[in-house]
Design a protein around this ligand. Structure first.
Ligand code: 9WN
Length: 425
């Protein structure tokens, strides 16, 4: 019988397209931003050269202004919509490869530290030049985040499209999305529902709004200043900010390891700003951190996984620790597998639909990491153990039904394989 670790490595090899990895065959045929960062950590557990390559192929798509796009279209494929013809970013960013025009959570900096720690542990000092190049790309992307997505210096970075959040179909975006018109000039040719059951995916009306937003930003010629002022959807997102804050702390660690004292001051300032911003988002009623709708000015008081992600960046006080522990335990009660991405007691909970309840291995990985950082090691170990077990039972699926433990979405998923390799090591 093939062992599960070997099976995870086989998935990564099967989804390898020559130095970069697709999230899964068919459904997602390109290189995705945060998927690749997670995947590089998976590779680092057994092939450090290939791990570096994943990030190196990814930065080929970095924009001149520093943005890391959410999709890199290395080679054409018609099995995903929207493709480069809809984004039309080549008119403003002529560099190859073609890319989408929005971004995704900046796990890159976290991944880079993970890879470099592996290099140090194995004594591969020949990786220094490669590390420097990746560090510089990461630093430029963090600068872009602060300039383009927090121009008012709140210490909270904003998403302008639900796809940027990585948790595209989360109920957290519902109220804000209703304000986005459903009209589109582009013909919507969904491909996702040819690969997976439509009842698990976003609805057609959501797609109309997703594409409407793409058209608004395309008309701004992807200029960050114009986008900021024209955006019909603008949310200061605590999940995004937390990942950026944590990645910034990881870059600080890298800068001291690499003796890059010039970068340190700037990174410390960035980090402090983000930590202050995140701390201001604690919500006693939700017993977690909440995002802010910058258009309505309202707090988004929806119980979704985003409320717990700030643990990866913050040091909680003892009350917050207690509340968060109780809350995570409450969400997991009666579930075959936690942590659901929407609380099961919420009216928005759907156990099989994208980001409205199912469990993602990479989200568990982040939350467990945050729990460990906050001295909640026992709970972290339980979550990690359950994540490993559900993958062993149901396979390397995109996500899992928390009520039944069934594997859903795309099969043979790269980041699920990577999560398995990292959590199992
Ligand atoms: C849009 C690739 C990506 C993940 C996201 C996930 C899903 C895309 C989609 O797949 O998003 O980017 O078409 O639904 O929500 O987190 O990065 O795996």
């Amino acid at each position: 019988m093939i062992n599960v670790t070997d099976a995870a490595r086989t998935i990564l090899a099967r989804n390898d397209r020559g130095g970069y990895t697709v999230p899964t065959d068919g459904l997602y045929p390109f290189q995705w931003n945060w998927d690749s960062a997670f995947v590089s950590m998976g590779f680092a557990t057994f092939d450090i050269d290939r791990a570096y390559q994943e990030l190196e192929r990814f930065i080929q798509g970095q924009w001149n202004n520093g943005m890391f796009p959410h999709i890199i279209f290395h080679v054409p494929s018609d099995s995903y919509f929207p493709g480069p013809d809809v984004w039309q970013t080549d008119q403003c960013h002529s560099k190859k490869p073609l890319t989408s025009g929005i971004t995704q959570p900046p796990v890159f900096g976290m991944a880079l530290r993970f890879l470099y720690e592996t290099v140090l542990a194995t004594g591969r000092h020949d990786m220094l030049a490669r590390t420097h190049t990746l560090f510089n790309a990461a630093l430029r992307s963090h600068r872009w985040w602060l300039e383009a997505r927090d121009p008012d210096k709140r210490g909270l970075v904003a998403i302008l499209h639900p796809w940027e959040s990585g948790s595209d179909n989360s109920p957290a975006w519902d109220e804000a999305l209703v304000r986005v018109p459903t009209t589109t000039k582009t013909e919507i040719c969904r491909q996702d529902t040819k690969h997976v059951n439509a009842t698990m995916r976003p609805r057609n009306i959501d797609y109309q709004r997703f594409i409407h937003l793409v058209e608004v930003y395309r008309e701004c010629q992807w200029d960050p200043i114009k986008q900021w002022s024209h955006a019909p959807f603008k949310i200061a997102d605590v999940q995004m900010t937390a990942i950026l804050a944590r990645a910034t702390a990881d870059l600080i660690w890298m800068a001291s390891q690499l003796n890059l004292s010039d970068a340190l001051g700037e990174l410390f300032t960035m980090h402090q700003l983000l930590i202050n911003g995140l701390n201001s988002r604690w919500n006693q009623h939700i017993r977690g951190f909440v995002s802010l709708d910058l258009i309505s000015g309202k707090d988004i008081e929806k119980p979704t996984q985003t409320c717990f992600i700030p643990l990866i960046a913050l040091e909680l006080d003892s009350y917050q620790r207690k509340f968060i522990q109780e809350e995570i335990e409450r969400w997991c009660q009666g579930m075959v597998i936690g942590i659901p991405t929407t609380a099961p007691f919420s009216p928005d909970f759907e156990s099989k639909r994208y980001w409205r309840g199912p469990v993602w291995a990479v989200i568990n990985w982040l939350i467990a990491d945050g729990l460990r950082k906050n001295q909640l090691k026992e709970l972290a170990t339980i979550i990690e153990g359950n994540t490993i077990s559900v993958i062993e039972r149901a396979g390397f699926c995109e996500y899992f039904d928390p009520i039944t433990g069934e594997g859903l979405g795309g099969n043979t998923f790269s980041w699920t394989a990577a999560a398995y390799l990292v959590l199992r090591r």
